[in-house]
Design a protein around this ligand. Sequence first.
Ligand code: SF4
Ligand code: SF4
Ligand code: SF4
Length: 301
Amino acid sequence: MKDIANKIKAIAQDLLEKGEVSLFMGWEQGEFEFQTRPFFARTSQDAEKLIFNEYSIHNLANALLKFRDGQEKIGLVVKGCDSRGIVRLLEDLQFKRERLYIVGVCCPGLKDPLEAARAHSGFNPQAAPAPLAAKCRSCLQPNPVIYDQLLGEEQAPRSEGERYAQVHEIEKMSADERYRFFEEMLSPCVRCYGCRQACVACNCRTCIFDETKPQWVGRETSASDNFMYHLVKALHMAGRCVECGECERVCPVNIPLMLINQKLIKDVNQFYGPYEAGLNYVEGAKPPLSVYKENDPDDFH
Ligand code: SF4
Ligand code: SF4
Ligand code: SF4
């Protein structure tokens, strides 16, 4: 990874010195080894701080949303999951391809800095961070799907058991069992909206959950309001979730949000597929639920 980090630094410095990009996004080192965090370099001196290590896990595609209204060209590093996030932004017309210089890194699988922080917090001294972050243990696409320059050796997809095993288990439950399962799963949700903030597909300028007139979804952390939040978010993710796993990774109360996302992915795949969001960028293409044709056999509801 040291070699990749040095190459990223050199590319960023070159682009910034030549004025080919106005800023370059990567990661910098925090106080502890596991505290890698996103960093925006604006000068070649800034770029000295760029690193790439086993904790460079944050999806930088999401950070692009801060710059969607500008004109400046931005360089950034993407792993496989981040690159699918870039496709999401391009398809959603949040960014133009020509505004990006993408350095792709074939990703060997990374560790979760939040998990490491918990293990170092002193509250749970027995906890040892897993060798790979949960999202990396079942990564379908570790290699970038869109890039201007590619670094590292191509990686094989990783899989921890059958992809939809847990979804199948839940599908076998009765309606009442399912209700109880999700009630229990979602009851710890504190509605911090961290899962929304970390999500590259949650890119609406005005989010339904922030509206107050009318207030579509209550603010309580009651079962009904929590259900409403997660149901609405799920519907907005159908056919659009790029499986980057960031929502689940940042959840402070460890809600297994990927279970909901995998059910959506499985159903969209089955009804409209084969379809995997963000795996290919075709200019002008849209996710299945974002298009409607006048000769569609179904009514528009
Ligand atoms: S999900 Fe895949 S591409 Fe993303 S950090 Fe993990 S292994 Fe790398
Ligand atoms: S990150 Fe977790 S606690 Fe916060 S809103 Fe999402 S599911 Fe709820
Ligand atoms: S819903 Fe979760 S896994 Fe899907 S794109 Fe958003 S953050 Fe990534």
